[in-house]
Design a protein around this ligand. Sequence first.
Ligand SMILES: [Zn+2]
Length: 365
Amino acid sequence: MLKIKDIIDYLEKWAPLPYQESYDNSGLLTGNPQQELKGALISLDMTEEVVDEAIAQGCNMLISHHPIIFRGLKSLTGKNYVERTVIKAIKNDIALYAIHTNLDNVHTGVNRKIAEKIGLKDLSILDKKGGLLQKLTFFVPKESTQKVLSAVYEAGAGQIGNYDNCSFRVQGTGTFKPNDEADPAIGKQNRQEEVEEERIEVVFPGYRSKAILHAMLNAHPYEEVAHFLHNLENEYQETGSGMTGYLESPVDAKEFLLTLKEKMQLSCIRHTALPEGTIQKVAVCGGAGSFLLPAAKGVGADIFITADFKYHEFFDAEGKIVIADIGHYESEIFTKELIYEKIRENFSNIALYLSKISTNPISYV
Ligand SMILES: [Zn+2]
């Protein structure tokens, strides 16, 4: 029996909840994760209409990018659309699940999808997050190195960019004297020992540290394991906001905007003055991205494609970059496809649907 929890665990391996922004509310919002999954509907927003669609499709899970419960609820009386949507979901046993800024912040998330739609190459995160990585240093008798290393790799350590099983090792001598209470794996009570050991260092995302530490201690032969856990200030290249990439070859700015309109199915683009020359380096950020303008200018992007720019913020382009505001909903609409494809990769037989409802609250004439 497939549970709602199985889908959640899978999605959170892809876009871990600790990667969401502090103001966000991603994760399971309503429902019992232990319930059997009957079907899942994927949408950009949670609205009453979309919950109705889930009911009509026989789904008991609604997966959306934007969380309907965002600032917290102090009562549930149905006085606004947020409360009515939540009440309808609970009454009809629909689990509401949001995968929001955690999916913005992973390198295979929202912005990757936009970059692929536009046809960008050589992608990298625009504003990488620091302070997410940790390093574990531990000491192992030589003959146990492989066993312990395999265990920490298995638990998620030692993955850097396109490289797995990364570690650094150096040999040395460990010394210890077990007391009367000890049950040493090597040596005898009350006798000074010297053992040929290896000092091993591995790096990993900090949110995995408990599991990795547990795996290391479990696989290690010693009763007392010498180890150090350090926080790293390093940027984590796989996590952060926005993305940059390059067009295959430079394109005339006006021509690029017209192609962008077609590829992203836009009815209009609000943009700043176009340069005389061409466009090649492109920065993108799905949804409200004006906070990333300094980063986009800083990396020398020719254009920044995002949404929710305010009038005065457009002035900040200062002729150094083109700001192209394509609309919040429009910039993120392919996130539905992205989530669908990701779930399908692993669950080929479940009932899975893309919402057919446009939840865009903005219309154009
Ligand atoms: Zn958004």
